[in-house]
Design a protein around this ligand. Structure first.
Ligand code: HEC
Length: 105
């Protein structure tokens, strides 16, 4: 009986963790979408994605962009911050060098 309970507990935990991961992934996907729809009117994605910044600095960047006219709902801003910190944090390897205008992508 104890073993069954233990197994059930482990199963429930695995399901909860998978659900948590899925929610997290959905939030990151949302952040990516917000980046592509709201950051691109002013500059290229490269300017954003070549950065490697700690979360607090990304937070400041968003505030700075808001000062220049960027706007988003608080939960959109939060999802975007998650996405930026997760993918372009200062723990990630440096971005590949930029190509010249006639270079192949
Ligand atoms: C209203 C116009 C505007 C929008 C929208 C905008 N930016 Fe910017 N952003 C700028 C300007 C202007 C610069 C300076 C460009 C330059 O130096 O060539 C800049 C520069 C940057 C830089 C380079 C570092 C810096 O601070 O100069 C990053 C990173 C950046 N933006 C991120 C973002 C992100 C992420 C978004 C979407 C949330 C965004 N921007 C949306 C105007 C904007």
């Amino acid at each position: 009986m104890r073993m069954k309970l233990l197994l059930f507990g482990a199963f429930a935990l695995a399901v909860a963790m998978a659900a948590d991961q899925a929610a997290n992934q959905a939030n990151l996907d949302r952040g990516r979408k917000i980046e592509q729809t709201t950051c691109l009117p002013c500059h290229s994605l490269r300017l954003i994605r070549s950065q490697r910044l700690p979360r607090a600095t990304w937070d400041k960047e968003l505030t700075k962009m808001a000062g220049w006219g960027w706007s988003a709902k608080p939960e959109e801003r939060a999802a975007l911050l998650e996405f930026l910190a997760a993918n372009y944090g200062d723990d990630k390897p440096a971005a590949p060098p930029d190509k010249s205008a006639d270079g192949r992508k």
